[in-house]
Design a protein around this ligand. Structure first.
Ligand code: GDP
Length: 180
């Protein structure tokens, strides 16, 4: 039987514009599935997963919160952010506006959570560009540059294929462990 003990519990929040794939990332992380047409009214709100960091021999329990549709109304409250050690800032690589708006999401989380929290910028839906590069609206270089300037980790990811989803939490957890 797998061990159910852990060394740290870390709260993560997933933020970004509506339809960028936040719920899908949470479902992928916790359930290893992808839903082509998720019902927006039944957004997954919360999930948890154990992540093992072998070289540090530490197991982290990631408790991850999703906005469950409230981002459309910009009504995310302080209590949502409170106590977060990490954030996944998601944009859709086929939607330029979702990248532009990432700046205000970052300002929001830095204001309402710990300003030093670890944040991963996630360029989601990269599977669409892998199929057809003309769908890409944000280059890797541009996103990487902004991430560097803003002090964010950066990955291109896909909730559909699973690419870099667990990796994003893994990198964030490692960064947080260094600060503890
Ligand atoms: P949210 O509003 O940010 O929580 O976004 P959802 O998770 O509801 O996803 C919005 C839409 O994008 C849904 O139709 C998903 O199936 C789709 N989607 C999410 N992630 C991906 C991805 O990585 N690749 C592709 N091709 N579609 C995705």
């Amino acid at each position: 039987m797998a061990s159910l003990s852990w060394d740290y519990v870390l709260k993560f929040v997933i933020i970004g514009d509506a339809s960028t794939g936040k719920s899908s990332i949470l479902v992928r992380l916790t359930d290893q599935r992808f839903l082509q047409n998720p019902d927006p009214t039944v957004g997954v709100e919360f999930g948890s997963k154990l992540i093992h960091i072998p070289d540090q021999n530490k197991t982290i329990k990631v408790q991850c919160w999703d906005t469950a549709g409230t981002e459309a109304f910009r009504s995310i409250t302080r209590s949502y952010y409170r106590g977060a050690a990490g954030a996944l800032l998601v944009f859709d690589v086929t939607s330029r506006p979702s990248f532009t708006n990432a700046r205000s999401w970052l300002a929001d989380v830095r204001e309402h959570a710990d300003p030093n929290l670890t944040c991963v910028l996630l360029a989601n839906k990269i599977d669409l560009c892998e199929k057809d590069e003309s769908r890409r609206q944000v280059t890797r270089e541009e996103a990487e540059l902004w991430a560097k300037e803003a002090g964010l980790l950066f990955l291109e990811a896909s909730a559909k294929t699973g690419k870099n989803v667990e990796e994003a939490f893994d990198q964030a957890a490692r960064d947080i462990l260094q600060k503890i």
